[in-house]
Design a protein around this ligand. Sequence first.
Ligand SMILES: [Zn+2]
Length: 467
Amino acid sequence: MDNVLGKILAARDQRAALRGEISTSGQASLSLNLNIPAYPKSDEKIHSCFEQVLIELKRHLLSHRILIDSSKEYCATDEAGDFYVVPLHDNKVSIKQIKQATEKFEESHILGRLLDVDITNKEGEPVSSGKAKLCYFCNEKPALVCMREQNHSYTDIRQKINVDIDEYLSQIKKDKICKELAANALKSLLHEVALSPKPGLVDRFSNGSHDDMDFSTFVDSASVLSVYFKEIAEYGFSFTKNDLKDALPELRRIGLLMEEDMFRETHGINTHKGAIFLLGFSLFVSAYLISKNNFTYQAFVELIKDLNGNLVERELGRKLYNQDQTHGEVCFEKYGNKGRGIRGEIQAGLPCVFQHAIPVLESHLQKEKQINDKILHKSLTHALLALIANNNDSNILFRKGIKVLEELKQKAQTTFVHFTDDKFECLYNDLIDYCEKNHISPGGSADLLAVSYFIFAVHKNHSNPHV
Ligand SMILES: [Zn+2]
């Protein structure tokens, strides 16, 4: 133990020497370390915590216009733990104000009293605010008193540190993942609507078979929906109940809010009702699985099935309210399983997405490091055809009947098969003409395309081949 103590003291001497060198060269300095009692002073977890805190500290300094000489920064993990020191440039703010700003950082940080940001002036003296810090463990007595009186055991303090660091790192992970998922959800809606040309659907240059909506209606609608994406992801990331179905009322509540906002924004036009339903569940399930480091296509499908149970029978087989029958209910009554629509697709674990669209997206995009517009256009067009060829779109069933639906699926299948040969362009243009002439809009497949791209993108970032 003496040996360890000696090493720790030697490391601290070296830190003092570094600060001394900086003041000798006429600069003030700032340093960061964590107050970790006992030994070892650092491990893998403490180190990643230190790295995160340092990123935040630098951002805090910059936001207060406190400039550091980062070309001379020094960062190391030694026997005394993780340590960072950097000379301060000549700042417009006084050294006292710098001290106050760093104290504000310590006080407002979730790890608070565990952090030590020290300021040394040009003369090599520590700058103190004169405030006594409270003890990290009990938050009652001054830290120095508890240390002198040995009020808390090292084991207890280390255990609290461990719990606090876990919470801090998990909060950072949650924020990062949920931002990424929310951005992916918006990307998937925007890439879907921007894909041009598309058969019967609204795209950049055509309103397809629609006369009540255009490209801007979709961009507006996607924008108001995007506000909710992070909230849904956060709900999934932090969801801890055993039965996933307990999440349904909250997911429905957010979904209803999104629908209200969509209809207000579009003046009553249904642009994204299906996408809200599909992306809502997908965001929730993705965040839930990533929080457990367990995102795979298979795990995703199983959870989507668990979450929805017998959705079709529950919601289409009997009336929820005493209203007129919805399109979905009419189709289910008339066509049975073939008329189960989007609810059927969800209940079955999104077979159109996983068996048809995602394999196509993977064949084009899996190996691409940088996805550009050209490759994205090609892969999304190909995947959309795969979806139209296989999806029993209940909107088409309701409006046009089974014969038209089957004819459309057959045309899409033929075009899909010829995707790579010289017949493609002619077949694709025929399909577009056919949809427009007959006022067919494969909107259900467009929704599925957006969600396929979302799941593919999440999988690309989070699948672990070793799991
Ligand atoms: Zn205490």
